[in-house]
Each structure stands twice: as C-alpha cells, then as structure tokens.
Design a protein around this ligand. Structure first.
Ligand code: TNX
Length: 538
C-alpha cells in the first residue's frame, strides 16, 4: 500500500519524493538531518574561504578539482556574491580535531570545523552525494544538516608493497579511497624480504639490488622455489624520494598521514642482498625471490655496530621524507635461532647482560627507539616487540589477535588493533570457491563490520590507550592494482564505519543499504570490488 502511494506521488510530485530520499554516507555521520530540496552546484557557484585562507587553500583546490572532474565547472576560489560553498575554520566545541558541521540549504553549502581536517571531511560527505565520474546531469546536493566527528583517531589501512610492487598511481588511488571514507593513516610497508622499495641516497644498492627479484608469482607461496644462482632478478620496483614526497603531499591534502614502515630486525633479506655484511652470516641469499629465506642471511645482526650506523643513516632520510609523528619499525616474526649461533651476538648479550635472544631483540628495538625519539619521532612495532621487554615509549600494533594489545594497554602503552581476524584483508572475504587465491583465513564483510576495537578485558581508562584500528593488506598473493581493489572493496568501508561512527549507531542492514550508492560509484569508476550477497553472513 505505502509503495503504491509513493509511486503515485513520484509520478505527480517527483520533487516531493526526492526530498524524502535518505542520504547515503559511509561512514554514517554522528547526526544527520535530511531537509527538503537541494543545492545545485553550477557554473555560478564559488568556493568561499571565510578565514585561515592560506591553510584552507589546498583543501579548496581539492574540492574544486573534484567538481571540475565530475562536471567540467571550474569553481573560483574567492569571495563573491551569490551561491557559494563556504569553508570556515572556527572554534566549535564538541567537534574535536577532525569533526565538522555541514549545512546544505537550497541557497548554499557551509562547512565549519576546528581544523583543515574537519573541512576536508565535510567535503568528502558532500562529494559522496554527487556522481563519482563526469556527468552532464545537474549536481544536486541534498539539503541537510550534519554534525560529525570520529570515534577513533587512528583509522588505518596498511599496504605491503614489498611482496608485490604497486605503482605510485595505484598507491594514490588507494589513498584516495581511504580519504573518501575518512580513513586517515596510511601504513606503508616499504621493506620486506622480497623487495626494498624506498630510495635511500646513502645506500644506493638497497634499490639497485634489493628492489629486484626473480619472478615466481605464478606459483603459490609455499611452492615458490629458491632461485637458481645466476637467475636474472628483473621483477620489482621502488619509489624515488621525489615520488615519495609527491605521495606524502597528495595524502596530506586529503588528511591522510603516511606512516612508513622500515622493517627490522627481520624480514630484511632485501637489505641483506644489497649489503650482506649486515647479517650474522655476512652473506646474502641471492638472487631474491618471492619465496622463503633462511634466518642467518635475512635478519640484521644485533651484534654488529655497523647495522646501527646503517639504520640511523636510513632513518635520517626516512624522517626527512615523512612528517608523520610515528615511524613503524616492524619487529615481527624474527627467527632468532641464527643469533644463538652468532659469536658477535653472544658477545653483545654478555656485554649488555642480556639473558636470551628475546632480550637481544628488545635491546635492538630500544636502541632504535632512542634514536627516533631524539629526532622527535615515536615508534610503532608489531606485538612481538613486547617479548624481551617493551621499549618505553612504543605504541604496539596488535596483530596476533588482541592479546598483545591488551597487555600493552594495561601497561599504559598506546595500542592500535589490527587482529588477523577480522581485519586482515589479504584473507578470503567469501568462497573460497570462485574467489582469487588468497593466503587463507576468512574475514567476511559482516565480520569486519561487527568488529569492536576496544576489548572487554580493558577498563575504561585502559581502553583509552586504544587509538583505533587498521586493516592490513599483505600482498604475497595480490599482484595487480585491480586485485588489490577487490580485496579492500567493500571491506574498507565496513572498517571505516567501525572506526569513525558511534558504536551505538552500528546498523548492518542500514550499512548494506548505504553501500548500494557506493557500489554505483565503484561501477562508474570501473573499480573492482566484491559483490557477494552481504545481507547474509556467509
Ligand atoms: C604475517 S602480520 C606477517 C606478514 C605476512 C602476513 C600474511 C605480520 C606483522 N607479519 O609478514 O605477510 O602474516 O597474512
């Protein structure tokens, strides 16, 4: 019956029915009120900066560029009479650093926030109501009033560019997707065994040698054999420092901080390939492959002073490229058995009074932490850095479930939750029949959507150490930008809602409805995404 009435209304008063249509924004804003009518962006609209002109200019340019892309209109950024999109930094209580107030009426749009970040998020909400690609249709923004701010300050996506290299364009596209859904920390896993991906001027071999390997991507991970000596390592790539600066600036314009990960002391066969003297064995396992590595020639040697000089030099260049307060230093999955057989390591342990190899790793991480603290930076490490004693200022990324995060939060350390289940997006999201080969695991969209980053085991006080959550995307099996899109879409949108929207407003059915307009945007942009039947939990 109600359907019939709606249909009749639509026939005779289409405007009325349109006015009732809900607005679909992901992540769901804290409060949203839909009003009647639309604001139409056209060739007479301008972008008006009320104050803080300089600070807001890049944000305004971002919005202007987007509108030009979808409509051809070139909105001037200036004060002029008539229709405008007003951007204003003001002091507004209860919005926090990243919140915003958005008001759309038939005569104009106003975005107010305490900072540039909030203004950018207000723009993203507006942009989600518009077509994603070039259109000749009118650009109608629904009249509405939104008050919005994030639940967590760390809303992260990680990308492993070592197991497979992704072009700067693919990385920018990934950052763009993050920004659309108000995710703000891009954890860039730049170093791992199969490839060193960041140009370091002082150590050119890192990318001349360490960025290239023998291609064995046609074989499943466990079946990738050691390359034969002399085989040509031609597969890989790296980012020049110029490209990195460009990506960091691109991200900053969208309020995304790029957090680089420089792995140590394990997962560094690529660095050892370039500078074999940095390993306990003093030799490398060459040529590099996409397969496994032995520990004697794929870890740094903590007994060797040269290793610390090398890392401090590398970190000097890293710090100069990345304004991020945090530098991720890895720390995961070190097979320490080689250190037990290494005389230099034994001597180091005796000199420092260390009882076991776990303490030796802790010594390593703590030295690096001290160095980075002296540069006014803070370290993040995977939860293994708890073993042998946690570095005093370290933030812990909890990936082997939540127990490491719980332990660290109880010790008063900050924590980022990235448990394999449910936020490893290299795991299957459906199937596995009919799905592209994945490393294993099973993290459905529903499982991601239901994730609660603050564990019950923590008191309210301890829970405040949980800065947020992040999805990790390891790329042993992900070889192309299109495959990467498929693994993160739409799970990234579920994560966005988990870390941004109030816990109480989580609504699986509503999310699925709002997802539909995002699917249209993916189709328009020819993005590859999983189209499973998400209304049921598979
Ligand atoms: C474990 S998660 C790793 C990665 C792998 C990943 C595969 C973590 C800190 N280390 O090196 O790529 O599993 O899911």
């Amino acid at each position: 019956m109600t359907k019939k009435i709606t249909l009749l209304l639509a026939l005779f008063f289409p405007f009325l029915v349109l006015a009732q249509q809900p607005v679909s924004i992901i992540p769901e804003p804290v409060s949203i009120q839909r009003n009647d009518g639309y604001f139409v962006i056209d060739g007479h609209t301008s972008i008006r900066l009320e104050n803080e002109k300089k600070e807001l200019k890049p944000a305004a340019e971002f919005l202007a560029a987007r509108i030009k892309e979808i409509s051809g209109y070139e909105l001037p950024i200036k004060k002029r009479r008539g229709k405008s999109i007003r951007l204003a930094i003001e002091s507004i209580s209860n919005l926090g650093e990243e919140g915003y107030e958005l008001q759309v009426t038939p005569t104009g749009i106003s975005i107010k926030a305490n900072s540039k970040a909030g203004i950018v998020y207000g723009m993203q909400s507006v942009l989600q109501t518009l077509p994603a690609v070039r259109t000749n249709a009118a650009l109608q923004v629904p009249a509405m009033r939104i008050t919005d701010y994030p639940r967590f300050s760390w809303r992260g996506m990680h990308l492993d560019v070592s197991r497979h290299f992704f072009s700067p364009e693919a990385v920018k596209q990934y950052i763009d997707l993050m920004a659309t859904y108000k995710l703000n920390k891009f954890h860039w896993h730049l170093v791992d065994d199969p490839g060193w991906r960041i140009e370091i001027k002082k150590y050119p071999k890192l990318t001349q040698v360490g960025a290239w390997r023998v291609d064995q991507t046609d074989k499943p991970w466990g079946d990738r054999p050691q390359a034969k000596p002399g085989e040509e390592p031609t597969y890989g790539g790296f980012y020049t420092q110029e490209q990195i600066k460009d990506i960091v600036a691109y991200a900053a314009q969208r309020n995304v901080t790029v957090v680089p990960e420089i792995e140590m002391p394990g997962h560094v066969a690529s660095a050892i390939a370039a500078y074999p003297q940095l390993s306990c064995a003093g030799k490398a396992q060459l040529p590099l492959t996409g397969g496994d590595y032995t520990n004697m020639s794929s870890n740094y040697c903590p007994g060797n002073e040269e290793v610390f000089t090398f890392l401090e030099d590398v970190l000097d260049e890293v710090v100069a490229l990345f304004p991020s307060q945090y530098i991720h230093i890895g720390g995961d999955e070190v097979d320490k058995s080689g250190w037990k057989k290494c005389p230099k390591c034994q001597k180091r342990m005796a000199d420092e009074g260390l009882e076991n190899v776990e303490e030796l790793q802790s010594y390593f991480i703590q030295r690096i932490e001290k160095y980075l603290n002296s540069k006014n930076r803070r370290i993040i490490g995977w939860d293994e850095i708890l073993e042998g004693g946690l570095a005093p200022q370290a933030t812990v990324m909890s990936w082997r479930g939540e127990s490491g995060g719980i332990e660290a939060a109880k010790m008063g350390h900050d924590v980022i939750m990235t448990p394999g289940s449910p936020v490893y997006f290299d795991h299957y999201q459906a199937g596995p029949e009919g799905e592209p080969l994945a490393i294993g695991g099973f993290n459905t969209l529903k499982k991601v959507y239901d994730y609660e980053p603050i564990p019950k085991e923590l008191t309210a006080e301890e829970g405040r150490h949980v800065l947020g959550a992040q999805a990790n995307v390891w790329t042993e099996y992900i070889t192309t930008a299109s495959h990467l899109q498929y693994m993160v879409l739409p799970r990234m949108l579920a994560l966005a809602e988990v870390v941004w929207s109030p816990k109480e407003s989580r609504d699986w059915a509503g999310f699925n409805q709002r997802l539909q307009s995002q699917f249209r945007a993916f189709d328009q942009k020819a993005l590859n995404y999983s189209k499973g039947n998400f209304t049921v939990d598979i």
